[in-house]
Design a binder for this molecule. Structure first.
Ligand SMILES: CC(C)(COP(=O)(O)OP(=O)(O)OC[C@H]1O[C@@H](n2cnc3c(N)ncnc32)[C@H](O)[C@@H]1OP(=O)(O)O)[C@@H](O)C(=O)NCCC(=O)NCCS
Length: 193
């Protein structure tokens, strides 16, 4: 299929066994390791997810997705639904949980270096949110993303994708415990309050 530009060709698939090798190759890349959870628990969680096994990391409900551009796998996304009953949520996160629908937290990385620094990151996130809202969960109307305070490139990209910085907090669990992180939020325009 011929596309007008690279962005038009972007599509997403749920991560499966066929993606295991590429995911782990991306996780080994230095540019991913700088800002990505490199723990054994996270890796085991990916394996459990792609083999449809019970997950245990964080809430045990993280979903993993692969983004393709021009039919080549290039990025990795994580989603998890946040709910008011999750005791580890910060006050800041609670304050911005959707009151009318579902709140989805995201993680994002471009593993394929051939597509890094090409201006694809913000349009990819915008397309992923539209994809998620349309195909996965129409009630998902609020999206969180949490860039490290030192990850100014990611912050720039998230702002371009329509996320707003609404506060900062210290990570209390996971691979980046003790790090200061921004909470950035995107609310879909068409949801009614
Ligand atoms: C963050 C990431 C997805 C961005 O993708 P990318 O391909 O590098 O980004 P793009 O080329 O689409 O856009 C980068 C933007 O940030 C700007 N930028 C680049 N380096 C920057 C820096 N150090 N500080 C601020 N802005 C920066 C670029 O100028 C560009 O903005 P512009 O279009 O207005 O000029 C990618 O670098 C990545 O996967 N990094 C490793 C994992 C990671 O950090 N994930 C985020 C975890 S929260």
């Amino acid at each position: 299929m011929a596309f007008k530009n690279l962005t038009d060709s972007i599509h997403f698939e749920k991560a499966g066994r066929q993606h295991q090798q590429i995911i782990f190759a991306w996780l080994a890349e230095p540019h991913i390791q700088e800002f990505w959870d490199n723990s054994q628990e996270h890796k085991e969680d990916i394996i459990n997810f792609i083999h449809d096994r019970q997950q245990h990391y964080f809430y045990g409900t993280t979903r993993y997705w692969i983004g393709f551009v021009d039919n080549q796998p290039f990025c990795f996304l994580l989603t998890d639904q946040l709910t008011v009953t999750q005791t580890s949520l910060t006050k800041l996160h609670r304050q911005y949980l959707s009151k009318t629908g579902h709140t989805i937290t995201l993680d994002f990385g471009i593993g394929n270096k051939a597509f890094l620094g090409k201006g694809l990151a913000a349009p990819t996130l915008e397309k992923f949110i539209a994809f998620y809202n349309y195909y996965v969960d129409p009630l998902a109307n609020t999206f969180f993303i949490d860039p490290d305070e030192n990850n100014s490139r990611a912050q720039r990209v998230y702002e371009k994708a329509g996320f707003k910085k609404l506060g900062a907090y210290e990570m209390k669990e996971g691979a980046f415990t003790g790090q200061n992180t921004y909470l950035m939020v995107k609310e879909l325009a068409n949801h009614c309050d």
